[in-house]
Design a protein around this ligand. Structure first.
Ligand SMILES: Nc1ncnc2c1ncn2[C@@H]1O[C@H](COP(=O)(O)OP(=O)(O)OP(=O)(O)O)[C@@H](O)[C@H]1O
Length: 257
């Protein structure tokens, strides 16, 4: 069975490309995510973040390019590589007719763990995400933030080395968000790698030690957060790189007086 090398980059993407009809969503993207880093992926709406992360985690087959996780080629070792990656996808439907506890248990059993280990970890995760009281509630009846947290619990249950989280803080309340950040920082401190996509520039600047800016399916800048932002805030640097700010105040009919 192929093995991972924890010394090699957590994620290495080379020439990754995806076209949807006429739209070139991801255009020959190269990225290196160092092992043990907290890596932010930022870009405007439609930049190609979700498409890139879906290809990087074995959910969407690339048209061209390669992806490896700790040295293991993802697309030629799909089953093995998924053991090392925890994924929170944006927009992928959950089996929401299960209760929270059933869903996390299902995710654990699917990854081949013993039932007793799954039960123990599921209880820990529900406690960690403050979802104990809702463990018997159907996920379809969860709020958006609760759904995000239960999906995150599903991504963690098999104790992966690399976490790939598409918009993990969207819809999550500030207290839960701070708790999730603590959990992720703890994960990184223990040697794991976290990759998050986010539109919250302040948060990415504070939280991530590395960042990549993508727009129109291409990487515009990548490196340590301090190198990418230079003397500016990450938000100002982002706007400078990506452009597209409008200075008008909107159409006349929107003005009250
Ligand atoms: N399944 C699909 N079929 C057709 N076009 C798609 C599909 N998925 C994505 N696209 C297109 O590819 C481009 C990149 O989309 P993607 O979802 O990767 O962007 P994103 O950076 O995650 O955006 P956002 O920040 O708004 O979530 C967009 O133009 C989008 O319309």
């Amino acid at each position: 069975m192929p093995n991972i090398k924890v010394s090699s980059p957590a994620l290495e993407i080379s020439g990754l490309t995806k076209r949807f009809g006429e739209k070139l969503a991801v255009n020959s993207v190269d990225l290196v995510v160092p092992s043990g880093s907290f890596f932010g992926l930022v870009g405007p709406n439609g930049a190609g973040k979700t498409t890139t992360l879906s290809m990087a985690t074995g959910l969407l087959r690339p048209d061209a390019g390669t992806v490896s996780v700790h040295g293991l080629d993802v697309w030629t070792n799909l089953v093995e590589s998924k053991r090392h990656i925890g994924v929170l996808s944006d927009g992928v439907r959950l089996f929401d007719r299960l209760t929270g506890l059933q869903l996390v248990t299902y995710a654990g059993l699917l990854s081949g763990m013993e039932r007793s280990v799954v039960a123990e970890r599921a209880a820990d995760l529900l406690d960690l995400f403050d979802l104990e009281a809702a463990s018997g509630t159907l996920v379809v009846d969860y709020s958006a933030g609760m759904t995000k947290k239960i999906a995150l619990a599903c991504a963690l249950i098999h104790a992966p080395q690399v976490l790939v989280l598409d918009e993990p803080f969207e819809s999550v309340d500030p207290v839960s968000g701070a708790n999730i950040r603590n959990i992720l920082h703890g994960f990184v401190e223990s040697g794991g790698t976290v990759i998050v996509s986010s539109h919250a520039m302040d948060l990415v600047q504070r939280m991530c030690d590395h960042v990549a800016v993508i727009a129109d399916g291409r990487v515009l800048a990548s490196g340590t957060t301090d190198d990418v932002r230079g003397d500016s805030s990450l938000e100002d640097r982002f706007v400078e790189l990506v452009g597209g700010r409008r200075h008008g105040k909107g159409p006349e009919w929107l003005r009250i007086s």
